[in-house]
Design a protein around this ligand. Structure first.
Ligand code: RP5
Length: 164
């Protein structure tokens, strides 16, 4: 099975990134985690992206804050799909990272989730891998069914609480 690469610009992004790792664990999706900064370690970030496909990865998640160019820099060096998580780590509440990540010029796409949207990044990565993996697709469907059951249980609980 192809792995998900999870790359963050700084270990200060880890509290956000861990939410993605939890989802990947729940879905039994294999992954590797790295810290590569597009500006502090540009050579290592590029090298990782250049060899990501041959190293068994099928999709890359990149988390970065502030002038977040990590996802774009990784995407520039691989044709694997890249998912960007804009991290709220600066004084602009993550809007800086959101715009930096989502506004990629044509030709080098970054599929951008919401600010700190690590869970959705993991679900999207799993959905990409599930295109060629029926078992993973089945696990995703079970996850959605479980989520729906939880909402309906909350509905029943609130309905009972406020029953007239
Ligand atoms: C970005 O700058 C990182 O992704 C992080 O969100 C932010 C701050 O990094 P540190 O100064 O905490 O290393 O590159």
């Amino acid at each position: 099975m192809k792995k998900v690469a999870v790359v963050m610009g700084s270990d200060s992004d880890l509290p956000v990134v861990e939410k993605a790792l939890s989802v990947l664990d729940e879905l039994s999706v294999p992954y590797a985690v790295h810290v590569y900064s597009a500006h502090r370690t540009p050579i290592e970030a590029r090298g990782f992206a250049l060899h990501a496909a041959e190293n068994g990865f099928g999709v890359v998640i990149c988390a970065a804050g502030m002038a977040a160019h990590l996802a774009g820099a990784i995407a520039a060096n691989t044709v694997l799909p890249v998912i960007g998580i804009p991290v709220n780590s600066g004084s602009l509440g993550g809007m800086d990272a959101l715009l930096s990540t989502v506004q990629m010029p044509s030709g080098i796409p970054v599929a951008t989730v919401g600010i700190d949207g690590a869970k959705n990044a993991a679900y999207l990565a799993a959905e990409i891998l599930a295109v060629g993996d029926e078992d993973l697709a089945a696990r995703l469907l079970r996850s959605r069914a479980s989520s729906a059951a939880q909402v309906l249980e909350k509905d029943r609980a609130l309905n009972r609480k406020y029953e007239g």
